[in-house]
Design a protein around this ligand. Structure first.
Ligand SMILES: NC(=O)c1ccc[n+]([C@@H]2O[C@H](COP(=O)([O-])OP(=O)(O)OC[C@H]3O[C@@H](n4cnc5c(N)ncnc54)[C@H](O)[C@@H]3O)[C@@H](O)[C@H]2O)c1
Length: 350
């Protein structure tokens, strides 16, 4: 373990505030610098964490501060441009999900990381939840056997993030519910399965329930999907189903991943709101009977924090846990879903 301490910038201070919170409590951070085009956000977060250095101009911050690393928590259309600029300036990057608006952008980011020999980590923070870490260790022990079917979803009843600049459609966000929420549950499902290569996908997107609400908010011709669904066939035969919605006619918001393996199964299921009721279980055949085993009873010794994992990878010069190659693969899979929806046909992975 290295004792090196890092100077870290946080760019974009809405969700970025959670990055500041983690860095402020990390022994690996010697100084934090803030950047946001919104002066009120700068002032609020600067005051809360007693941070003096604040910038409204990203270029100026890069030029003046000699940073080791940045967290990038800005709207999706800025991920590629700002992360490449930072890596060119010799700065490691933790980029919020989704990696980019599409695979072409994600590939350029990966190439920049390789060219400038910088760490580029994607903030797939769901993987760092206790239940995900525990299930991953159970899978890695071989307890579920061969995984052959996974269903992963994040479904909201009503929860379009209207504070995003949604009127600009794909230009700013790259997509709707799939790229915003689906990306998280797709990443965790892929991580559980060892990130296999996709072969085929059949998908579709819908905007069936949010148009009126969009119009009431002054957004005419709202075009982003409020729901998207897809079924992937992976090379090797694993089937993976994905569902994501910002708005749909159903019960409360849920985040669920269900795994079927030859020796056992598992479900991670969380109802969002109402106390965040969770039901995380393994299904293992013991003594000729399938038994339900609460996953939460299993203890894992070390619970990493996503931001600390990024810092550790820098100071120990190790591979980041959520790699740009994985971020690119997820972006490619979402591109395939959008193409399948547009063409009305299955799409093969290139
Ligand atoms: N990991 C998660 O759980 C999670 C949750 C929500 C959002 N996100 C991701 O985080 C990113 C930001 O989402 P958000 O909800 O915070 O969005 P937001 O629009 O609420 O906030 C973005 C912030 O970036 C600032 N900003 C915009 N342009 C800038 C620039 N050029 N330089 C500096 N600051 C700039 C804005 O002023 C704003 O404060 C998105 O990519 C989103 O997908 C991740």
């Amino acid at each position: 373990m290295s004792n090196r301490k890092l100077k870290v910038g946080v760019v974009g201070l809405t969700v970025g505030a959670s990055h500041v919170k983690d860095y402020a409590s990390s022994d690996t951070v010697k100084e934090i610098v803030l950047c946001d085009v919104d002066e009120s956000r700068l002032k609020e977060i600067g005051y809360k964490y007693n941070i003096i250095k604040k910038y409204t101009d990203f270029d100026k911050m890069l030029k003046e501060e000699n940073l080791d690393a940045i967290s990038l928590s800005v709207p999706n259309f800025l991920h590629m441009r700002l992360s490449i600029q930072a890596m060119e300036a010799g700065v490691h990057v933790l980029c919020e999900k989704p990696m980019a608006r599409n695979a072409a952008e994600a590939r350029k980011m990966l190439e920049a990381a390789q060219k400038h020999n910088k760490k580029l980590m994607i903030n797939f923070n769901q993987r760092f939840l206790h239940e995900c870490q525990t299930l991953k260790s159970v899978i890695d022990e071989g307890k579920l056997g061969d995984i052959y079917y996974v269903r992963t979803l994040w479904q909201r009843r009503r929860g379009v993030p209207w504070w995003y600049p949604l009127s600009s459609g794909k230009e700013v966000c790259g997509g709707g519910a799939l790229i915003d929420l689906g990306v998280h549950v797709l990443d965790r499902a892929m991580w559980f399965c060892g990130y296999p290569d996709p072969d085929w996908v059949l998908g579709n997107t819908f905007c069936k329930v949010s148009k009126d609400e969009a119009a009431r908010k002054g957004i005419q011709n709202f075009e982003l999907e409020d729901m998207g669904v897809a079924m992937f066939r992976m090379k090797g035969g694993v089937m993976l189903e994905l569902e994501a919605s910002w708005a749909s006619n159903r019960e409360n918001e849920v985040i669920t991943t269900r795994i079927y393996g030859s020796k056992g199964g598992a479900v991670l299921h969380r109802v969002v709101g109402d106390g965040n009721a969770a039901s995380n279980k393994l299904f293992l055949e013991i003594g000729g009977e399938v038994q339900d085993i609460p996953l939460d009873d299993k203890i894992i010794s070390k619970m990493p924090n996503v931001r600390q994992a990024f810092l550790d990878a820098i100071v120990n010069d190790e591979e980041v846990p959520c790699t740009p190659q994985q971020g690119l693969k997820i972006t490619q899979m979402l591109d395939m879903v959008y193409l399948s929806a547009e063409n009305g046909t299955p799409v093969q992975f290139e």
